[in-house]
Design a protein around this ligand. Sequence first.
Ligand SMILES: [Zn+2]
Length: 498
Amino acid sequence: MLWSLLKILVFVAIIGLLAMGAGFLMESSGGVQITVAGTEYTLGPLQSAIALGVLVFAVWLFFKLLTLLVATLKFLNGDETALSRYFDRSREKRGYQALADGLMALASGEGRVAMTKANKAEKLLNKPELTNLLVAQAAEMTGDTKKASETYKKLVANNSTRFVGVRGIMKQKLSEGDDETALKLAEKALAIKPRHEETQDVLLNLQTRAQDWAGARSTLNSKLKAGYLPRDVFKRRDAVLALSEAKDILDETASVEQQEHAIEANRLSPDLVPAAAMAARAYIEKGKPRAAAKILKKAWEAQPHPDLAHAFAEAVPDETPEQRIKRFTALTRIHPDNMETRLILAELNIVAEDFPEARRALGDVVEKQGDARAYTLMAAIERGEGASDAVVQGWLAKALNAPRGPQWVCDNCHDIQAEWAPICQNCGSFDTLSWQTPQTPEIASVTGVHMLPLIVGALEDQSEPEAVEEAEEPEDTATEDVIEVHAEPATTEEVRQN
Ligand SMILES: [Zn+2]
């Protein structure tokens, strides 16, 4: 405050003095008299002011030339950078201008211009950590991967730009499809910058693709610690990884570890169906069927699923069909109207040979959302109730042509997969499989339509019951449907073999 006041006062004083000087010059009639080499010059007031200006410029030029002279003398004395230092200032200015132009060219998508400017800036500035970045980017833009890779290697050599270099090479390896090297580079990059989110994601993706579940879990953990992941998302993904870890242990001696992983996965995410089924089986093996039932009930609450029902059945393997139906009420009363619940109930009743009850359990499922499984069960019920072969075959033919019902579908690419897996086999995304009815009709059913006349024709000829199988053999996709039919309860099998 005081300082600025002082500055203003000094400014006012200078202006005042200048005005006074100007006034004095205007009033003085004689002007300034200068004697040079015996000759006397008399300058008018304005001329004096101009002469002063010229004098100031001459002094500035003199000092400028003097420094150049000193630099030249030093250069002659052996100081080789003395002259270049003298010109460095303007050089630096042009260098930064080239760098700025290069960045601008890069931003406007002119890779070649950016490259030229980068080269110019490199010559003028001699600051490789700055210009190499620009060169690498420009090379990437023009598609000169060789130049880009060379430049990234230069960046790796410098401490301050090592991360950028490693990341650049990592991206190149990724686009080349060399996942193994990319993974090592991602690890290296993360060691330099442990909280770098993008690298964490890349590493996680590569680790899951390489099925390095333990490594992926540790990366996931560092994502949580860095605050990039909500805790519930972390829990779900960690569960998926723990489950994958359990699934991968095939060694018989490691079954205890496998069980622990499955139980942990279920604890982390109780509604993850494959984890619940696997954890339940682990408890059954440990001789704890109650704990298994508890897990399965909880998962069934979230989503009824055939795997859960199968694991539930395994808990007491040697019960009678009637006992099993009774025990299953613990499960089936949770979502009584769910399609899966009704199909399971029908299946259980068919095994118990209580066909009217099975039909009642199915209810309007067949009319409303009939799929291959429901129609196959209907065939079994008709067969059990003593309907004619034509009726039974009619249901089976319908099953062949029907959609397959809910399956593991990738939320990302809508690919249908036979078994749950942590990674989509089609698009490689992580934890995207969910149990749902596919939106697009399956290709298999198209083949089914073509096969129908053949099958029905063969069925009419009762003397050759094996003809069905023979007729289907040439078509791979159709055989899949047959497998589906065979996979249904034993009664279906009896129907076919009749
Ligand atoms: Zn997918």
